[in-house]
Design a protein around this ligand. Sequence first.
Ligand SMILES: Cc1cc2nc3c(=O)[nH]c(=O)nc-3n(C[C@H](O)[C@H](O)[C@H](O)COP(=O)(O)OP(=O)(O)OC[C@H]3O[C@@H](n4cnc5c(N)ncnc54)[C@H](O)[C@@H]3O)c2cc1C
Length: 400
Amino acid sequence: MRAKVVVLGGNFGGLTAAIAVKHELHGDVDVTVISDRDRFLFNPSLIWLPFGKRTPEDITFPVAPTFEAAGVEFIQDAADLIDPVAKSVRTVSGRVERYDYLIIATGTRENLDAVEGLRDNSHWITSLDGAVRTGEAWRRFREEPGDIVIGATQGASCFGAAYEFLFNTSYQLRKAGLKKKASITYVTAEPFLGHFGIGGLPHGEQLLGMFLRKENITFRTDTTMAAVDDGAIVTSTGEKIPYKFAMIVPPFAGQDFLRRTDGLTNAGGYVEVHDTYQSQRYDDIYAVGLAAAVQAPWTTPTPVGVPKTGLPTEQMAHVAARNVAAQIRGEQPASHKSFGDIPAVCVMDAGNNGVLILADKMLPPRNHGVLIPGPQNHAFKLAFEKYYLWKMKGGHVSLP
Ligand SMILES: Cc1cc2nc3c(=O)[nH]c(=O)nc-3n(C[C@H](O)[C@H](O)[C@H](O)COP(=O)(O)OP(=O)(O)OC[C@H]3O[C@@H](n4cnc5c(N)ncnc54)[C@H](O)[C@@H]3O)c2cc1C
């Protein structure tokens, strides 16, 4: 009987892992993807959606045809419980799917209860629904502009998106002739500007400082938000930073259902993995992308999380796929790549400008790291969005 691989989640990590396993075994394996969403979402473009530069249709596509073309079964359902003894996954609709090997790529959920008032009084762009609602708030704000706060709470990890939204907001204000009617404050848990949750890169603090000065943006670093009141961010020192419009990146948590499997996750709900992306507890269960736990090699005065971006997610998915294939062939998993050693390649968009972020390793100590500013990066990000959507829709997961 053919081995059966079940993949939970059908976005960056899940789509890549499912099709890569099929390729690794030249089709000689049954692969089933279970995902609660039936569309792929290119999350990096959520920064543009509130300004009407993208619609949900522009940045999503249905995944069923992609999986079908790759010979992968797709089930739209939410996983509810993993039983590592019976080697099965139960879904919310009551379906039970057996597996020989399981790959978890269920990403994260926004922890909107992390700060009092965050859920009710602010907006966020870290999910499609959140970005749509941020767009509605932005359109209301344009009618009656005022103070703006953009930031990321303690424990947040998606700082790149916060910076991108910050500079895009400033650019949109200028385009609309509203720059003088709105002051912007950036409020962040990062210990210094340009930390990005990856420990910063050479000259990053100066470069980000220059970008903020040029755009007349004031900032607070190393800040704990005590509450998000209706109209003001209250910091742990008691300072009130007023706003008429706020976009605050929340911290993430692992998906709740994973916590119900004994010994699978850490306290944050992330799956603890080896550098083979096998669970530390169960060697037939893998986790990749946002769902996998990553330990930062530092502590900061205000806690910050580590961002797990698209490139490391894909690399983790390929490592997991190779190791699952090896196990199915009766071999030992031989592919290793620790998260910290994966290169960092990212573009921070700034409206009509941007910064290319390159480093030989995601986490320090690094040998090389550079930030290259310039308008070419905005053009690169636009082109990359089109390329990436084409690549994933076509199931071309072996392409870079
Ligand atoms: C606003 C924003 C901007 C970003 N910008 C960049 C960028 O510029 N560059 C970059 O490299 N990265 C960027 N990222 C990060 C990038 O989006 C992530 O690296 C990537 O999405 C991680 O992929 P993943 O598959 O682990 O998780 P996700 O993409 O979150 O996918 C998780 C999948 O699991 C599904 N799922 C959830 N729960 C269940 C369940 N119970 N059962 C079944 N399925 C479930 C979800 O529906 C989804 O399909 C950005 C992220 C955000 C939010």
